[in-house]
Design a protein around this ligand. Structure first.
Ligand code: ADP
Length: 435
């Protein structure tokens, strides 16, 4: 059928219903990239074709390009079919826009209860009668389900960061792939890595890509999510996260915000926290369980607040600085963010030069905002226009890099609390930036 439609299209390439049938069939056959091309072609020929837009968004969803899908779904809100609303909700969950996802899901199943989705139910705790209860935090079982993923990205999807990639390769990937070599030198594989640096510079992304490199499962948690000081559930929550990782080994367990468990914080909750810290350490050391195949990567924006017990040998004994991307890194990130977007030949060097100190997340925001503006323009003028270097440069001028604030704090620690030289990399970076 697909071949027959392709032949027919070769004869009449402007036949939109024919191309839509082919695109829908390809989508049904999970040939997402090819289906996307045909949906795009329909949109070229018939601007604003809603079914093609929804089809394209579905392709983006299946290709893991959630933010691209969301941009389209936002434009179509109120006009989407139920099954597309469900995909929209899943994209929002992936991009952590949980509040909006919860509202849409509530509306969807109120109208069409048959569309209830087990994973989303667990996430939003929908009671059997369809009533809704999203006041409480999601429980750990739900968060385990939702965070356990098999990443489809690897190091090549992470722009720049060569030094970080090399260190992770040496410390995590090689030991896993060649345990015999490590053994021969009397070295045990293991020991955690603590990534630190300004927010939005790719710590989570590189952890996820590490799982992709070794083809393992990936769990990401923020410690704030599982700290439950007053009710005393933190230890149980922590244990369940580690157990899930052990059950799914090989697994990269990424723990963000480890500073949340900092005994160095002058915090009234310290004594309660001590229990949780001890629990964390025994999980990490694998005292009561076997951590084989569980690779722990942790991250923090505030390494100076991380409890010193975490930094002992065999634990997070390797501190890696993840700086904002350099000029080449920015170029790579911009290229990957603009991939598959309608754009003219972009002068990446120029934009990269104009976005010094931008984090990866800032660059993503720059592209997203430019696209939003372009979409608005297109809707006003009725013409689809491509993104240009000028659009991006103009948008960059309106933005401030978010990394500056981090460096102004980090600088003080690097200057005055750098006893063992652990923050030398911050000083080097600041020096290079001539501050
Ligand atoms: P962090 O964990 O350091 O706060 P993230 O890894 O969550 O930062 O990065 C936020 C987003 O910014 C990522 O999802 C990605 O879209 C983009 N990004 C950041 N760094 C990079 C990079 N080196 N290459 C590609 N994209 C990046």
């Amino acid at each position: 059928m697909i071949e027959a439609l392709k032949e027919a299209l070769a004869v009449s390439p402007d036949n939109i219903p024919l191309r839509m049938s082919l695109a829908d069939l390809l989508l049904g056959e999970k040939q997402y990239s090819e289906a996307a091309q045909h949906f795009k072609e329909v949109l070229n020929q018939h601007y604003g074709h809603q079914q093609a837009q929804a089809g394209l968004a579905a392709c983006y969803f299946h290709l893991g390009q959630y933010s691209a899908a969301i941009i389209i779904y936002e434009q179509l809100e109120g006009k989407l079919k139920d099954k597309d609303v469900l995909l929209y909700i899943k994209c929002l969950v992936k991009e952590k826009s949980l509040e909006k996802a919860a509202i849409l899901y509530q509306g969807l199943i109120a109208l069409s209860p048959s569309l209830a989705d087990a994973e989303l139910d667990a996430l939003f705790r929908v009671a059997g009668n369809g009533s809704f209860d999203n006041d409480e935090d999601w429980d750990e079982d739900a968060s385990n389900d939702i965070f356990l993923e098999k990443p489809d990205i690897n190091f090549s999807d992470v722009g720049g960061m060569q030094k970080v990639k090399d260190e992770i390769s040496m410390k995590i990937i090689h030991p896993l792939k060649h345990p015999e070599i490590y053994k021969a030198y009397g070295k045990k594989a293991g020991g955690g890595i603590l990534l630190y640096g300004p927010p939005g510079c790719g710590k989570t992304l590189i952890a996820k890509a590490t799982a992709g490199e070794i083809n393992s499962k990936f769990i990401a948690i923020g410690l704030h999510d599982i700290l439950d000081m007053w009710i005393g559930n933190s230890e149980k929550n922590l244990h369940e996260v580690f157990e899930t990782a052990r059950d799914h080994a090989p697994c990269v367990l990424f723990i963000d915000e480890v500073d949340a468990l900092g005994a160095s914080r002058s915090d009234l909750r310290q004594s309660a926290m001590r229990h949780t810290i001890n629990q964390f350490l025994s999980e990490l050391d694998g005292i009561d369980s076997n951590n084989e195949g569980v690779l722990v990567l942790a991250a923090t924006n505030a390494p100076w607040s991380v409890d010193s017990a975490f930094r002992r040998p065999g634990r997070f004994d390797r501190l890696i600085f993840v700086p904002p991307p350099d000029e080449n890194g920015r170029e790579e990130i911009l290229k990957s963010q603009l991939k598959d977007k309608p754009s003219e030949a972009i002068d990446y060097k120029k934009i990269s030069a104009a976005t010094a100190e931008f984090s990866g997340a800032d660059l993503k925001a720059l592209v997203d905002r430019t696209i939003e503006e372009k979409l608005e323009q297109s809707f006003r003028s009725g013409q689809l226009s491509a993104i240009t270097t000028r659009d991006l440069l103009q948008m960059a001028k309106t933005m401030q890099p978010t990394t500056r604030e981090w460096f102004s704090t980090a600088r003080n620690y690097a200057l005055y609390s750098n006893e063992s030289g652990q923050y030398n990399e911050i000083l080097e970076y600041i020096k290079k930036r001539k501050w």
